[in-house]
Design a protein around this ligand. Structure first.
Ligand code: CU1
Ligand code: CU1
Length: 319
């Protein structure tokens, strides 16, 4: 079913349903335990370890696990979800699956993910950005420290990334943590001219397909003079938004929904073009390569290039 993805500030009903859906998916009743993830990783000889307490996890935790798993699979260029052309299609598939779970748990087939147009907050003075409306109890809760107010105050983090070796740690459930705007190198959110630079690119991507390329994907991912755009939002929020387990913070999905909207906006103007084509670029990034998936059918970039069968955005206008 085709749903509409809207700006979180435009539709408070969608906002409330998103927060409620995330809260429901975060209940530790998936029937999957941390020890099951360990067995899965070992049985499939995957390059990710997990230690810590054994506990039952939530569906939301499984999404966190999926993201770090894709990140841990190194390719000749980047990994299975970042640092190359696959970045935008992989996150598109990933969010389609979360949107489907939210529709189920809310019993609302017409639910579409909201997005956060962070460049709109980027024009605020730096001192006001972390005090903006998004960080109030009706939205995502505290921008700094432990998140204790509003629906997100009930979210519990169970899987974190070990900073020393990149592996997973199953921890005693704790509140979300943020450190918005506290990194002096990344004082401000991205601004509209940064977005415009990505949207003006004639090419999606090009050789050598990595973090040095000038093209739509790499500028939007944020590696040029980084962290910019997508990467900058992760670093600016900080706390649980910074490591490979960043989907722990639901703002991850608001950020990526906006990134996906900008990709869709770019394609609406420049054509639905993706590079590399089959047999031409690095394995794992090509148009017909099957992407890493543990929930739902594994799709190819070709399969997600036009999202019309799943969703559309409320607006693709370029200002
Ligand atoms: Cu990611
Ligand atoms: Cu991200």
């Amino acid at each position: 079913m085709t749903v509409v993805r809207e700006n979180i500030f435009v539709n408070t009903t969608v906002r409330d349903r998103f927060l409620e859906g995330v809260r429901l998916l975060d209940q530790p009743n998936s029937g999957i335990r941390a020890s099951d993830l360990r067995d899965f990783l070992q049985a499939n000889n995957l390059p990710l370890g997990i230690r810590g307490i054994d506990q039952e996890l939530s569906i939301y935790d499984i999404f966190v696990f999926w993201h770090l798993l894709a990140m841990s699979i190194q390719l000749s260029v980047g990994n299975a979800a970042h640092g190359g052309p696959i970045f935008l299609p992989w996150h598109r598939m990933y969010m389609i699956r979360l949107e489907e779970f939210l529709q189920q748990v809310l019993d609302e087939p017409e639910f579409g993910l909201p997005y956060w147009d962070w460049a709109a907050d980027g024009h605020l003075p730096v001192r006001q950005q972390w005090r903006a409306e998004l960080w109030t109890p009706d939205y995502l809760g505290e921008a700094r420290g432990a998140v204790r107010s509003g629906p997100m105050g009930e979210i519990r983090v169970r899987l974190v990334q070990d900073a020393r070796n990149g592996n997973l740690v199953s921890v005693t459930p704790r509140p979300l943590q943020r450190a918005a705007g506290l990194n002096p190198d990344v004082a401000s959110l991205p601004r509209q001219p940064d977005v415009d630079a990505a949207q003006a690119q004639p090419l999606y991507d090009q050789p050598p397909w990595n973090r040095s390329v000038v093209g739509h994907r790499n500028i939007l991912e944020g590696w040029i003079n980084g962290p910019q755009l997508h990467n900058r939002v992760h670093v600016w929020v900080g706390g649980d938004m910074a490591p490979g387990t960043s989907p722990n913070d639901p703002v991850f999905f608001l950020n990526h929904c906006n990134v996906d909207r900008l990709w869709e906006q770019w394609m609406a103007h420049k054509g639905r073009n993706y590079e590399p084509k089959p047999n031409r670029g690095p394995s794992g990034h090509r148009l017909d390569d099957v992407m890493v998936a543990i929930i739902g059918q594994a799709l190819t970039p070709q399969g997600v290039l036009d999202p019309a069968q799943w969703y559309a955005y409320d607006s693709l206008l370029i200002a």
